[in-house]
Write a protein of this length. Sequence first.
Length: 326
Amino acid sequence: MKKWMSGIFVGLMVPLLVACGEAEDVSGSSSPEADFPEDEITIGMTVINQEALFFTDMVKGAQDAADELGVNFTVFNANNDSVGQHNSVEDFISMGVDAIVVNAIDAKGMEPAVEKAKEAGIYVVSIDSVIESDAVDVQVGVDNYESSVELGEYFNEFLASEFPDENVKLGVVGALNSEIQINREDGFKDTVITDENINIINTVDGENVQERALSASENLLTGSPDLNFAFMTGEPAFIGMVSAVRSQQVQDNVKLFGWDLSPQVVEGIDEGFVQAVLQQHPYEFGAEAVKASKQLIEGEEVESQINVPVSIVTKENVDEYRSLFE
């Protein structure tokens, strides 16, 4: 396929192996062109954002794998804009890439775009989010619902052991614009509500954006002063809640559970108010997605589902993860 890169971009393009000049700003001006030789493999990736550490680690894993494998690689930062992300897939199709790695904001909404990519003869690898379409050749990630079930079971065991007579008032900071995080919320709630002593008193929407998650967390704590447990569905929500707990000085009153480590969450573990965290391995997500893409392009057989296990991080094993944030 011809690898002459040009088009309109709204996010950040970070190519490997071939410099592409400055990235385009949000005004919608054309990005610089980049010439990728016709006989070299080119993989495009569109990612939800590059604010959260989870996504930056995912991109780093993909970049490192592309570098190791000797393939051209370029990234589009959708910056939480589902329309822009849809357009980025169309741009990749016009560029003539060999494969597209899609970390979808709106999995359902991305179906037409990936189906168009498939019609153009481009391989599609869905990473983290699950796109229910035959156009997707490989899905890389975790089972978000079942992983939250696992954390919910840990939560139930923790309560039975440490707070057997506690009247639990649980709050949730979610992201209603993220199908992934809705699945996580459902898995946790479905597991913990089997205990009649657990009352889910409020769920707030952090929109998967750290500043909004902080505001939502503050509102949750202010509106529910007797809250004693909280569950967060992702990194922005968890960071927001850690900050809110500190600002309202309720570290002794609230225990936190949720998804995705960060330096702030590790500090919360050290201070004792963060109890357990489901940690994914996004670097491996990115690396596996690029490896699978290259294998598909070269005609090799690849499993349609590549699962990367999660870990439950507590004060007992947090030291194993500190190096991620150094």
